[in-house]
Design a protein around this ligand. Structure first.
Ligand code: MG
Ligand code: ZN
Length: 454
């Protein structure tokens, strides 16, 4: 079954021209043909939260086999970037292990900050302008979608500026006194996202938007007043049409994971009985990330020649959350669901070559592929054995925190891959903040307004 799915995927990608030339062949002419400078009418940024090389390899081994390839593996230009944060008190000192807020601030604004901050500067708390804000100024339509709460750090960094990622709704402002509306600030993350007029906002986190602001209305009411169509069901999702701003909130908190399975346990765990994942965990009233990506593109797309198109961020959020939870099946399922969303983006870009697609992660994470442990050489971490698409055993280890505690992010560099205008600039080893400059360089200049001067 799994192999048939992969076969179908490979055939589809081949039909669309996205299968890379055989990797033992000379690929120089293909790479030359795909080497594009200049501007991009559309930018699609795919962020796999916590999707380090380890997480990609684990998902590939399980789903496609060790010699298989995921859609995200087919991008022509692939490099790596460093992701470190900085110290809040002394921003000259690196913090080697970033969180999603600081790393998101890095790729969204081009500036390093300290862990927990949302597009604000360390120590000085200045607002840092984001690529989405610049895209809006240049006349692009914008979208921001996720499988987490919409107010979670990754989607937040594009359209909000607060001291702390915890300030998600108006009732969550304990750590952000100066950002409160009452104190003359811009309000919580939810309030700011709605005030920014991002054209398409979709994900989980409905409960944040049901909270009341300092003025007494809920954020949902503010959204309706700011021309948003607010939706929560698949029926409404399916019948959406372009022309109005959309706020889709499909779960009170994070959206449900696609897959489920047993969590990792101390040795010997299930080494003698490797597990197969349940792949049908998402309830029918929640759209998949690929469906949200397809819908967002439909809503944001503009006819060719009409000037700037769209900027869309797509986050596979729960790769990270399930890595924290030491749950390999849920983690792999989220990685594969993210890969399906990337496939949607690549299909669009294949037909619209003025589209820049970027696939990256915000930071690395815990999970590691290890040798099968034995009584003579047991594992120190939490482990789970899985039967892969190769019909072989893969043991995944989580060893950055004790059993029953949240596993931690790690500090290694992560993959950054791209296709389309400016894509070659991901090559080599860059820094996360360079991605902001790459994307801004790819944006078309603002459409010049007719001058009021004679
Ligand atoms: Mg995130
Ligand atoms: Zn995390």
């Amino acid at each position: 079954m799994m192999r048939r799915v992969i076969g179908a995927l490979v055939a589809l990608l081949a039909a669309l021209g996205w299968t890379p030339p055989a990797q033992d062949a000379d690929r120089t002419s293909t790479i030359r043909e795909r080497l594009l400078s200049g501007e991009a009418r559309n930018i699609m940024l795919f962020i796999g939260d916590g999707m380090g090389d380890s997480e990609i390899t684990i998902a590939r081994n399980y789903f496609a086999g060790a010699a298989g390839r995921l859609a995200m593996d087919t991008l022509t230009f692939t490099g790596a970037y460093t992701t470190y944060a900085v110290d809040e008190k002394d921003p000259a000192v690196p913090n080697y292990v970033t969180d999603s807020a600081a790393s998101g601030t890095g790729w969204a604004t081009g500036s390093k900050t300290s862990n927990g901050r949302i597009s604000t500067s360390p120590a000085t708390d200045r607002d840092l302008k984001t690529v989405l804000e610049i895209a809006q100024e240049r006349g692009y339509r914008t979208g921001d979608i996720t499988t987490a709460e919409l107010t979670d750090a990754t989607p937040a960094v594009l359209a909000a500026h607060v001291v702390s990622r915890s300030c998600q709704g108006p009732a969550d402002m304990l750590a952000c006194a100066q950002d409160r509306k009452q104190a003359g600030g811009p309000g919580s993350i939810a309030e700011q996202q709605v005030a920014h007029g991002v054209d398409v906002l979709m994900g989980g986190g409905r409960s944040r938007f049901q909270q009341r602001t300092d003025s007494g209305a809920t954020v949902l009411q503010d959204a309706a007043a700011n021309k948003y169509t607010v939706i929560a069901s698949m029926q409404e999702f399916d019948s959406l049409v372009s022309g109005r701003r959309v706020l889709g909130l499909f779960a009170p908190g994070n959206m449900t994971t696609e897959w489920a399975g047993a969590e990792a346990l101390p040795y010997p765990s299930n080494v003698a009985h490797p597990q197969a994942c349940a792949t049908d965990h998402r309830p029918p009233n929640e759209p998949s990330l690929a469906a949200m990506t397809t819908k967002a593109i439909e809503l944001l797309d503009r006819p060719a020649g009409a000037g700037p198109g769209f900027f869309l961020q797509v986050e596979g959020a729960s790769i990270d959350k399930q890595d924290h939870a030491a749950n390999p099946c849920a983690q792999i399922g989220e990685t594969i669901a993210f890969d399906y969303a990337i496939r949607v983006g690549l299909e669009y870009a294949r037909l619209h070559r003025d589209t820049l697609v970027i696939v990256t992660a915000d930071h690395a994470h815990t999970s590691q592929i290890i040798s099968i442990p034995t009584d003579a050489h047991p594992s120190v971490g939490l482990i789970s054995a899985l039967t892969t698409a190769d019909n072989a055993t893969m043991v995944v280890s989580y060893a950055t925190a004790p059993y029953h505690q949240s596993q931690d992010h790690t500090g290694t560099q992560v993959r950054v891959a791209a296709e389309g205008p400016q894509a070659a600039n991901v090559l080599g080893v860059t820094d996360q903040t360079d991605l902001f400059r790459l994307m801004v360089r790819a944006l078309m200049p603002a459409v010049r307004q007719p001058s009021s001067q004679p």
